[in-house]
Design a protein. Sequence first.
Length: 372
Amino acid sequence: MLTKLLVNETQIKKNCLFLKKELKDKQKFPFLTATVKGNGYGHDAVSVGKIAIENGIDTLAVARVSEAIQLRENLKSKYEIMLIGIIDEEDIPLAKKYNFSFPVSSLEQVKKVIKYDLKKVKIQYKLNTGMNRIGFKNPDELLEAYKLLQKKGVINFGIYSHIYDNDNIEKTIKQFDLFEKLMKIIPDWKKIPYRHIRASESVDKLIRGIIPKREWETNARPGCSIFGYVSSDPEKDQSFNSFQLVTKIVQINKTSSGETVGYDSTYTVKEKNEYIANLPIGWGDGLSRSFSGKKVYVNGKLYPIVGKMAMDNTSIKVDENVKIGDTVYFFKDFTHAKTFIDDPKDLANVIATIANLSIVRVPRVLVKSFKK
C-alpha cells in the first residue's frame, strides 16, 4: 500500500489506561465511555473500540445507527453501545436488534417514538443545558416525556448533556447546576445508571482539580482524550501521536524555469531546475486543495506542496537528495497536522482533517510503534 493511515495501538492503549486510572480508580466513576464516532475520529472505530474495551473502557459512544451496527457486528466483546445522535423513528427496531441505547430530546420526538414497541429498549434523556442544539429544556415537558415512556416499558439507561464552552469555568459550572436541576425532575433519576456531562476537556478539568466531580456523576465520555489530544498536565506534552498519514514518492520530474505543474498552471517553476515529486494521494482521499503551500516531511526535512492538488495526486517540490520510493509523512504527528489548518487551536479541525480521509481509499493500519 503506497498510502495509509498508521494508527498507534500502543499509544491508544496507554491513553485508555491513563483515563481508567484517573477516572475509575481515583475518582470512582462506575463507568467510562470512549466516544468513537466518525470512524473512531478517523482512526477506525472497530480497531479503537477493541483496544478501548480491552483497556478499562465499558461503553462505546457513536452518533449514527450505522456506526452502532458496525461495532456490534465486528466487535464481539461484552460492552454497551451508546448512541448520542438522534435516531430516525423507523430505526428503533434496530436499537432492539443490535442492543444499543438511544436518546430522546424533546416531547415532540417522544410522542412519535411511543408509537413503536419500546419494551426493554434502552433510553437516554438528552438535556439542553446551554448548547441549544438538542435536548429537553422545559422541566414540564421532560417530566411528561418520562411518564409516556414509562408506560411503554423502556429501560432508563442514561441522562446526559454536553459542555459547550470549556474554557469558561463560570458557564461550565452553571451547566452542571442546570443539569442537576433538570435531572432531578425525573422521579427515579438515582436509578438511572449512566449520568454524564463530561467529554474530553471537562474530564481534563476534573483531573487537574479545576471542576471537581459531582456526587451524581457516574460516567464520563472522553473522545479526543482517547487519542491523547487533551493534556491532563499542561507542563507535559500530552499530544501523543496516535496517527501518521504516510505515502511514497512514485515519480520525480526535473523541470526547468517557466514550466508549470499540475492543473490550470497554478505553479510556475522559478529556478533554473526544480525537482517535482509526485505523491499518490489527493482530494479524492479526503485532503483539501487549500493545502497547497503546506509542507510535508521526507527524510526528516520539510518540502512544500506545489500546484493544484488532483483527485489522486499531489506534487511537492524536493531536492536532489529525495529519491523515488522515499516515505512521505503528510501528517507526521499531531503538531505537524496542526500546520495544515488555519487555526492551530481549533483541535476539532485537526480531528476533522484526519476523520475525513477516505475510509475506502486510505486503509487504516494498526502498528505497535512509529518509526523514528
